[in-house]
Design a protein around this ligand. Structure first.
Ligand code: ATP
Ligand code: MG
Length: 428
């Protein structure tokens, strides 16, 4: 390796004290067993930018089997890419063996179908490994032997310029793995980097390649796109580069015809809210995002079913099934989330048609909180009555006697019209 590519410890800012203890343990044990061991990828990139890494990935010349022999707490995973996961309680250190370009001894270790890499288990050297990574800023290696950073592809230069640039010919790299298009958007949003022009240009044309990506992988990627704290910017970029229709075709269709912008505002509020919760370390769930992204599609289909003579609740269930199964063809949404999404939608009707006895039961419902949060966000964009959201909030926080009063204000089991109900509440 040429010295020109090695940045000595005194020339960079990445310090061992910023690396997780478990990652250090893995690096040292590999080194002490005579293997090469580097921190690589997002953790090196983020530390050099002064950001806190999400996780720590290690690259080594040890094979997955050799890694397993060094760590008791190790599991080998993946078929497409065979990797070792070293477990330390909740923290997992991912250890990948250097990948090479040449054909494997058995000949079937690297498989390319229609330009797409479907299997890549040919091992190689660090030099080879560096060139098959996606972006230049993701291909920096921190060497545990002398604490230097190895930069074979120009990643340091891109970090300085705050630009995201694919390694190699962009179109070929996107065809090899179309998920790199989503990764480009995700990192641009997360790091607040510009996409290099030649990295950005093919995005407009190649979105359709995402149709060849297994829906289960797109679900994983969707979580990273919208649940990493930069959802608002991510959606903006996804739409700008015309990629949204490949993950959320029904949502994109509604957004394109959203003349009063209520739906666009609603989704933006939901993403703002999610981003803020993540910034505050509060829990978030993909169920809520899915319920929001598909809210307008389900409402529109429901209206059509009602026109055809279905009852309101029948129409909701039929529309929900249709919209969710359409969505699952693109992004595999696990069943439990689909069920929860339906419950949040059903809850909207129950929250809007308040009935005395049922109201008290509803606040005990396990999905009440999510349903109420959903109603609140709807009310903030003019899609629901803000007074309604306040009333439920009051009921939720009320003591038992206060609850009875609030419920009595609804009348004796009759369903008064909304205007009368509100007047009644004020005179309490
Ligand atoms: P994050 O902060 O989201 O963890 P990351 O850059 O670490 O970002 P990972 O998905 O954890 O992303 O991947 C680790 C590294 O593996 C990347 O930095 C990159 O070098 C390489 N990599 C991951 N996915 C791909 C891909 N689809 N094509 C090429 N290289 C990839
Ligand atoms: Mg990572």
């Amino acid at each position: 390796m040429s010295a020109a590519h090695i940045i000595a410890r005194s020339e960079h800012t990445l310090s061992r004290s910023q690396i997780s203890e478990n990652a250090l343990k893995v690096l040292y044990r590999l080194k002490n067993a005579g293997f090469e061991a580097y921190l690589v990828g997002g953790s090196v990139r983020d530390l050099l930018l002064g950001r806190k890494p999400k996780d720590f990935d290690v690259a080594t010349d040890a094979t997955p089997e050799q890694v397993r022999q060094l760590f008791r707490n190790c599991r080998l995973i993946g078929r497409r890419f065979r990797l070792a996961h070293v477990h330390f309680g909740p923290e997992i250190i991912e250890v990948a063996t250097f990948r090479g370009q040449h054909q494997g001894e058995q000949g079937d270790e690297r498989q390319i179908v229609n330009g797409m890499i479907v299997r890549d288990n040919v091992y190689g050297t660090l030099e080879e490994d560096a060139w098959r990574r996606d972006f230049r800023v993701n291909s920096l290696y921190y060497n545990i032997r002398d604490f230097s950073v190895v930069d074979l592809v120009g990643g340091m230069e891109d970090l300085r310029q705050r630009v995201l640039r694919l390694i190699g010919d962009p179109e070929t790299r996107y065809r090899e793995d179309p998920v790199r298009m989503l990764r480009a958007i995700r990192f641009a949003a997360k790091l607040d980097f510009e996409l290099a022009p030649e990295t950005a240009a093919p995005l407009h044309e190649l979105g359709h390649l995402l149709e060849g990506v297994p829906p289960a992988r797109l679900f994983e990627e969707m979580l990273k796109l919208f649940m990493s704290g930069h959802g608002v910017k991510t959606l903006k970029l996804m739409r700008e580069f015309r990629l949204c229709s490949y993950l959320f075709p029904q949502t994109e269709e509604c957004l394109e015809h959203d003349h009063d912008s209520v739906f666009a505002h609603f989704i933006e509020r939901v993403l703002e809210n999610t981003d803020q919760r993540i910034a505050e370390d509060k829990p978030v769930t993909p169920m809520f995002l899915l319920a929001s992204f598909l809210w307008q599609p389900v409402q529109q289909l429901r209206a059509r079913f009602i026109d055809r003579g279905m009852s309101k609740s029948q129409a909701l269930m039929a529309a929900a099934d249709s919209v969710l199964s359409g969505q699952a063809q693109r992004v595999a949404v696990p069943r439990r989330f689909q069920t929860a999404v339906k419950e949040v939608w059903q809850m909207q009707d129950r929250l809007e048609n308040r009935q005395p006895k049922r109201s008290l039961r509803l606040v005990q419902h396990p999905r009440f909180r999510a349903g109420y949060d959903f109603l609140l966000l709807r009310s903030q964009v003019g899609d629901a009555d803000p007074g309604l959201a306040h009333w439920w909030d009051a009921l939720y926080h009320a003591s038992e006697s206060e609850r009875d009063k609030l419920v009595e204000s609804l009348g004796q089991g009759k369903r008064p019209r909304r205007r009368r109900r509100r007047r009644a509440k004020k005179s309490d």
